[in-house]
Structure formats: C-alpha cells, structure tokens
Write a protein that binds this ligand. Structure first.
Ligand SMILES: NC(=O)c1ccc[n+]([C@@H]2O[C@H](COP(=O)([O-])OP(=O)(O)OC[C@H]3O[C@@H](n4cnc5c(N)ncnc54)[C@H](OP(=O)(O)O)[C@@H]3O)[C@@H](O)[C@H]2O)c1
Length: 207
C-alpha cells in the first residue's frame, strides 16, 4: 500500500481519499483551512491525518487536488518540500464552456507543474478523465495516466489498483496534453450523447 498526501480538500480529494482509505493506504489531508483538513481526516477515519499546508507532505505520493489555476502557484510555494515526491496532477485545463484548453499549444498543465516542481520530483498525470462524483460511487473505472519516470508510474499504477480502479498507461508526460483534451470530450459526452454526468470513459481491449 502507498503513503499518500492530498493537497486540496474538495470533491476530488474527498472521493480519492475515501477510496484510498478503503484500499488500506496511509492518507494525509492538507488544505488551507486546517480545521477543514482535520474534519475530513476524522470523517474518513482509517487513520487518516491532517497535515500543515506548506510543510513537507508525509506521503511519498502527493495528489495535487487544487484547480489548475492554483496548481503551479501551490507547487512553487511548496518548493523543495516536494523534493523526491511523486506528484499526481489531476487538473483539468479546459475553458469555461469546456470546448477548449486554456494551456498554450505544445504544453500541458502537467508539464507546467513539472517545470515548477523540484528536479527530483516526478509528475504523473492521472484521474482528470474521471468525474469526482462518479469516483465517489465506488464502482470500478478506468484511469488513464501519463508520466516520464518508470518508478513513479509504477507507484501510481499500484495506487490506482489499490483504489479498485484499472490503471491504463498512455505514455510519457507529453501525452498529458491529450489526457487534458479528454476533459472537454468527457464534458461533451455528458452533455450530448450520454445525456448524463453519471458517465465514465474506458478502454476495451483483449488481455
Ligand atoms: N470535480 C471533478 O469531477 C473533477 C474531475 C477530474 C479532475 N478534476 C480536477 O481536480 C482538481 C480539484 O477539483 P475539485 O472538483 O476537487 O475542486 P474543488 O471541490 O473546488 O476543491 C478545490 C480545492 O482546492 C483548494 N484550493 C483552491 N485554490 C487553492 C490555492 N490557491 N491554494 C491552496 N488550495 C487551493 C480549495 O481550498 P479552499 O476550500 O480553501 O478554497 C479546495 O480544497 C481540479 O484541478 C479539477 O480540474 C475535477
């Protein structure tokens, strides 16, 4: 099992942390509001703890569960406190009507986070292609992920399995932009073809 810190206490942190506790992981919750962090830790149980915002996270894996606009500033604020960590970037970078991306061509939110993080940290893009409220239902889902460091990817893959989810590696961090492009696709599917936000994307292949 893994040692995981969540920075951010919103919909995604809550859904992922609940599954992480259920999966036997060691979970730390970190937010700007220490009272809210303690409250969520107590609510989740399973030995979950509350950390101090800005101090070195306890987990080997740090889930950055803040809005895209806050992600780089938060990573910059943490600075060397994130040295050696595997950082999971879950952010969606789509625009207000979810038909395009706000990141410049040729890069991604994940790449921007990697550039802001210490050189010894490894960024893996994951979970942005699943809705938080669907994660919270507890059903099995596919989780696409991308990153450059094999060890970090193996650790994230094991973490995803511990959540009762199926990890699907789509390649290096250059693929993060295309994972971020799946955000508008999922929103469009929910609004049009599926006609419901109770929807998830998956892959079908032999083996
Ligand atoms: N919701 C989904 O279905 C979904 C699906 C896939 C990916 N995502 C991505 O997951 C990330 C989190 O989404 P969410 O739905 O969980 O958002 P959320 O419910 O709005 O929670 C955001 C969290 O980030 C914190 N935060 C915001 N600005 C911050 C800052 N400058 N410094 C520190 N903490 C800050 C908030 O803290 P305060 O309460 O103190 O403001 C809150 O705890 C986003 O990047 C989003 O694109 C969301």
């Amino acid at each position: 099992m893994s040692s995981i810190s969540f920075i951010g206490l919103g919909t995604m942190a809550r859904a992922l942390a609940a599954r992480a506790v259920a999966g036997g992981n060691t979970v730390e919750l970190i937010g700007r509001d220490p009272v809210a962090a303690k409250g969520l830790a107590a609510e989740l149980g399973g030995g979950a703890t509350a950390g101090s915002f800005g101090a070195a996270p306890a987990g080997d894996i740090v889930v950055l569960a803040v809005p895209y606009a806050a992600a780089v500033p938060v990573v910059a604020q943490y600075g060397e406190a994130l040295a050696g960590k595997t950082i999971i970037d879950i952010s969606n970078t789509f625009d207000a009507d979810a038909t395009g991306l706000v990141v410049p061509d040729g890069t991604s939110g994940a790449r921007e986070i990697a550039e802001a993080a210490p050189a010894s940290a490894h960024v893996v893009k994951a979970f942005n292609t699943v809705f938080g409220h669907v994660l919270a239902q507890g059903r099995p889902l596919d989780v696409f992920f991308a990153g450059d460091d094999p060890r970090a990817k193996a650790d994230v893959s094991a973490f995803i399995v511990s959540l009762g989810l199926r990890p699907l590696d789509v390649g290096g961090l250059e693929m993060a932009r295309w994972l971020e492009g799946v955000g508008p696709l999922l929103m469009g599917l929910a609004r049009h073809g599926a006609g419901t936000f109770d929807v998830a994307l998956g892959a079908d292949f032999p083996g």
